[in-house]
Design a binder for this molecule. Structure first.
Ligand SMILES: [Zn+2]
Length: 102
């Protein structure tokens, strides 16, 4: 079971199979997958801030240095996203996943 949630109005959609580009039936915002939860890299790609290939590159670097080092910081250091974009996405991530039972 896949669950998608609108970070804007909080409504949820569930589906037996994975969907792509789910749009909120109430407000038309792009919905985030909360079960299983989307990773930061996926959310950035979802909002079109970065392409998947660049996320892969950053994940590679993360594996080599320290897998606990935050991916977002690596992306900012590589100049692939701005710190403002990171801050915004982390806010959306918290908002979407807050209070959601997984
Ligand atoms: Zn909505």
């Amino acid at each position: 079971m896949f669950i998608y949630k609108c970070f804007s109005c909080g409504c949820e959609v569930s589906s037996e199979k994975e969907l792509s580009d789910v749009v909120c039936p109430k407000c038309g915002e792009k919905m985030l997958r909360v079960k299983p939860p989307m990773k930061l890299g996926e959310i950035l790609v979802h909002f079109g801030l970065i392409d998947a290939e660049k996320v892969e590159r950053a994940l590679d670097i993360q594996k080599r240095i320290d897998h606990h080092y935050p991916l977002g910081k690596i992306l900012v250091k590589l100049g692939l996203i701005s710190s403002n974009q990171l801050y915004e996405i982390l806010g959306i991530q918290r908002k979407a996943f807050f209070g959601v039972k997984l």
